[in-house]
Design a protein around this ligand. Structure first.
Ligand code: ARE
Ligand code: CA
Length: 452
């Protein structure tokens, strides 16, 4: 987190998409804390409709903290364990709407509900009925519809009403009482920025806020109008980064960020992919791209633009299929590299979190590119990354890193721990240069936090 987050170097978020609470807790202790992640983002914790699809989580039925991912007690224990490991917790928060089931039913934790009736919480007068067919959003080019009609049949809350705002704030305050540190506000585009501001004004203490507003060319509602409330996801980032790797040139990345028309650096939240784009946006890089995906994340973590999230996924081939779960759809404990991809643990990605932390605050200098798919740059005085995404190796070159002379662990190919490097060591000479051979679709990275 960049904006509202407390200062410090540990600002990378790991999004442990659909992990259950006991697994998140042990990951904080065993991996996220030790590897230098500052935050974990977790999937929506409130009671939801039943079913195996992952997206049941986006259909709230009540604000009880009880879901397929665990009980309230397990959630509380997860927050405490993550905090003890130095990892803060961001919660995916679904407040624009309730469920999308016309027939209603019984939620995960036993609450009964109707499409526009959530006993003790919301009744029919608390929802929008915008008057289009099915009350559905039919055009993203109509501001009023986007905020007052239904997104995929999800009962749309009257976020302009003080009662609804208070009820939403009560849910968020409950999460704050459990110790959470921030919120990812789902479907923020579908709520006027002023409604979000009013809800934020009812929170019991400050918290990091990141809003999901997908940039769409020509749409009247853009991410820029939400920056007054906190950070906003910059969706163009992952799409453009993929295009540079896939079809265009890494050389174009030399001014990646605000100069590309993006949100201000201090407000942008970025990722290579998220749980939606990895399913729904063609061309975006995901775990399925293997090495290229790792290189894209390495670039993101090394490059000073925005607040960065590393996506962590379960393996999927069907868009809707939920995570590994038991016969009752209770999510199973995570088993990395078997049913779960655990991208945040990949050597390149996890080690580049260390690079990110060691280079925080340093500018970019010594940019080099070959005009095409080989780039390199320093984070002045702190670190150096060279990515070769050509189809051929680049051998026998020297690079000017401008780093203090000495021996550095190449954190792309080795892990630095207890003063030693499990991979190749790179020697920077007294003039700041080093020599390296970089295979096709590979990289080298060195930084002052991994100096022997
Ligand atoms: C599911 C079924 C639907 C069914 C519904 C209700 O798929 O057929 O009608 O349930 O029963 C997720 C899933 C949906 C799922 C939903 C509820 O993706 O498939 O519906 O949960 O369970 C727009 C929004 C943006 C939103 C994306 C998906 O602006 O906010 O659509 N993203 C968030 C989450 C999603 C989640 C929801 C919101 C809902 O990250 O995971 O949906 O809580 C252009 C526009 C974008 C637009 C995009 C796609 O790019 O610029 O604004 O994004 O098109 O339409
Ligand atoms: Ca709305």
């Amino acid at each position: 987190p960049a904006a509202a987050a407390p200062s410090g170097t540990k600002t990378v978020i790991a999004n442990l998409f659909e992990w259950n609470w006991p697994s998140v807790a042990s990951e904080c202790t065993n991996v996220l804390g030790p590897k230098g992640y500052g935050y974990v983002q977790v999937s929506p914790p409130q009671e939801h409709v039943r079913g195996n699809q992952w997206w049941v989580a986006y259909q709230p039925v009540s604000y009880r903290i009880e879901s397929r991912k665990g009980t309230r007690a397990q959630f509380q224990s997860m927050v405490n364990t993550c905090h003890a490991a130095g990892v803060k917790v961001i919660v995916d928060t679904v407040i624009n709407h309730m469920s999308g089931q016309d027939a209603g039913g019984t939620g995960w934790a036993g609450s009964s509900y109707g499409h526009y009736n959530y006993p003790g919480i919301y009744q029919s007068q608390d929802f929008h009925y915008c008057g289009t067919s099915g009350n559905e959003i039919t055009s993203y080019y109509d501001r009023w519809q986007v905020q007052n009609c239904e997104l995929v049949n999800l009962s749309d809350l009257k976020t302009e009403s003080d009662y609804v705002r208070s009820r939403i704030a009560a849910y968020m305050n409950d999460l704050l009482s459990l110790g959470v540190d921030g919120f990812r506000l789902d479907a923020s585009k579908h709520m006027p920025a002023a409604d979000i501001a009013a809800i934020k004004g009812k929170l019991s203490r400050s918290a990091y806020i990141v809003q999901e507003v997908i940039y769409g060319a020509g749409e009247p509602i853009g991410p820029g109008e939400y920056t007054g409330n906190g950070d906003v996801h910059e969706f163009r980032y992952g799409k453009d980064l993929a295009r540079m790797f896939n079809n265009e040139r890494l050389a174009y990345l030399r001014n990646f960020g605000e100069a590309w028309g993006y949100l201000p650096n201090s407000k942008a939240a970025v990722f290579v992919d998220n749980h939606d784009t990895q399913r729904d946006v063609g061309g975006v890089l995901t775990y399925k791209n293997g090495r290229t995906y790792a290189l894209a994340n390495a670039f993101m973590l090394a490059w000073p633009y925005g607040s960065k999230t590393v996506q962590s996924s379960y393996t999927f081939s069907n868009r809707d299929a939920g995570p590994p779960s038991d016969a009752n759809n209770k999510t199973l404990n995570t088993t990395c590299f078997s049913g779960w991809e655990c991208e945040h643990r990949w050597q390149v990605i996890a080690n580049m979190v260390g690079f990110h932390n060691a280079t925080q605050g340093a500018g970019v200098s010594n940019w080099y590119d070959n005009g095409y798919q080989h780039i390199a740059f320093s984070r002045t005085g702190k670190g150096y990354l060279s990515v070769n995404d050509e189809n051929f190796a680049i051998n026998g070159r020297s690079y000017y890193a401008g780093l203090p002379a000495g021996r550095y662990c190449d954190v792309i190919h080795g892990t630095f721990s207890n003063g030693s490097c499990s991979g190749p060591v790179i020697t920077v000479d007294s003039a700041g240069w080093f020599a390296a051979n970089i295979p096709a679709h590979d990289a080298v990275a060195i930084h002052v936090g991994a100096k022997l």
